[in-house]
Design a protein around this ligand. Structure first.
Ligand code: THU
Length: 160
């Protein structure tokens, strides 16, 4: 037998250190939290998706009295993007969480369902989608979506 580790490359930036190229995307994710429909969790999430033509689309979490019928901010924007811009590649996604009157200090972590959808589109496009998780104290930047799902299941696995 052998053991091995799968490591994840992540860069952590304070708001002042955040690279210029991602500032607008992060700002849009923060603004998108205003469009949350979260009367149950009172936890607003905004996601901003950058397409390869420079378009930025946004989404926010949408809840429902029948809880499983709601949808996270990330999937809301990714499904909208593919439904309306299916030939465009997703270059980056920024995510922000807002609760109790302020943005969360630590970056929020996309749920496993959203990660699986991210790697689906990333794999289909054969191009990295940068994942930016905003936190008021620190923002984490991952170079692609698949590093958030180590040893992931994608289309290739269906071929056996
Ligand atoms: N939520 C998101 O929209 N994205 C995440 O990455 C984590 C959780 C939403 C789902 C639900 O509306 C609320 O946050 C609390 O879980």
């Amino acid at each position: 037998m052998r053991t091995f580790e799968i490591s994840i490359p992540v860069k952590a930036y304070t708001e002042q250190e955040l690279p210029q190229e991602w500032r607008e995307l992060v700002e849009k994710a923060k603004q998108a939290t205003e469009n949350t429909y979260s009367p149950y969790s009172h936890f607003g999430v905004g996601a901003a998706l950058l397409l390869d033509d420079g378009t930025i689309l946004t989404g926010a979490n949408q809840e429902n009295a029948a809880y499983p019928s709601g949808l996270c901010a990330e999937r809301t924007v990714m499904f909208y993007a593919h439904a309306n811009h299916k030939d465009k590649v997703f270059k980056a996604i920024a995510i922000a969480g807002f609760t109790g009157g302020h943005f969360v200090d630590e970056p929020i972590s996309p749920c496993a369902g959203c990660r699986q959808v991210m790697i689906e589109f990333e794999h289909a496009a054969k191009q990295d989608m940068v994942v930016i998780l905003y936190g008021a104290k620190e923002t984490y930047i991952f170079p692609n979506a698949r590093c958030l799902v180590p040893y992931c299941f994608v289309e290739d696995n269906l071929k056996g």
